[in-house]
Ligand binder design. Sequence first.
Ligand SMILES: [Zn+2]
Length: 102
Amino acid sequence: MTTKDLIIAQFVQRYALSLQTGITDNTSLVAESPMFYHCKHCGILIESLIEDHFFPAHTICSQCEGLQKMVCLQEAKQMCQNLGTWPRRVFNTQTNQFEIKR
Ligand SMILES: [Zn+2]
């Protein structure tokens, strides 16, 4: 297994984990609840912040950022698609939130 194969396999694992743990819909939380931010590619939780945080949250995890630099993010998503797990949700770039694809 090459390094590239390994990091793509890890993407598949992260994505599968995020499907199990789920994505928090910040809009459904009561006022003053902490906000949860997930990687827009693999879906893992990357930050939880107080509601009125000042700076924008990160939208990509360190691992997907690495995949992006190696230009194999699409290949990783294709692997999930081949396994039948991609895409179960879509990332809305306007709200910076995931929306479940039905
Ligand atoms: Zn990620």
